[in-house]
Design a binder for this molecule. Sequence first.
Ligand code: S5P
Length: 255
Amino acid sequence: MVKSFSDRLKCVSHPKAQELINIILRKKSNLCFSADVTESQKLLELVDKVGPHICLLKTHIDIVSDFTPDLVTELRKLAKKYDFLIFEDRKFADLGNTVQKQFSEGIYKISSWADFINAHVVVGPGIITGLKNVAHNQGLILIAQMSAAGNLCHQAYIKEALMMAEDNRSFVCGFICTESVTSDESFLNFVPGVNFSSSGDGLGQQFVSPSQAVQKGADVIIVGRGIYQSSNPAATAKEYKELAYTAYLNLLESE
Ligand code: S5P
């Protein structure tokens, strides 16, 4: 049985996950925009257009060629202006001792500005402890499944990811997945690989439509090229937002 976002608030305990659900309810948007562009100015312009329609902005900060710390200051200002949170898609995947430096040091200092981060579970639970040691209230999203063709996230792997999440409820608030991987409503499902005008990219990405993603269990849909490659990113983001939120409302009604 699908619970409404308002009901989910009662079982979700991580403060960032609660904040995200409150934004989803306020803005009637469960759309995360994946702003995978490589120039600061272009990134800021896009986010300024798309901001009103999203609950979450996903960044790959290390693809920005002209990165300076000012970029994250400006992104945080836009997050405040348009009421969304920021998820740095760093996909940590190393030993606890290494990821804690990657998370808090280097030039990006991700722990000083991101609301959510994610990690692969292939390393085992030490990665969670390492990240948690240097976190500043971030929520961790574990990668249980991937949208890419031929990925190695088989059932046993997903099961291990779930167990690691259950053991670390004060830090882990959900999964990157392509379908609902648990009936535990206290975890949020973030589903990438969503595009209503393409089925793939020739490089392994496999797309589903916003309504398919929601029907399969997405709480939040992640859309990149579908929005930033469109001729009118603001109008297209609005369209993705409405399609995903309507699919969510329909799902509740069909219960
Ligand atoms: O399995 C995954 C996990 C992630 S986080 N598949 C994905 O596509 N992603 C990310 O979502 C990917 O790195 C990219 O930033 C975004 C999808 O972008 P799009 O342009 O394919 O919509």
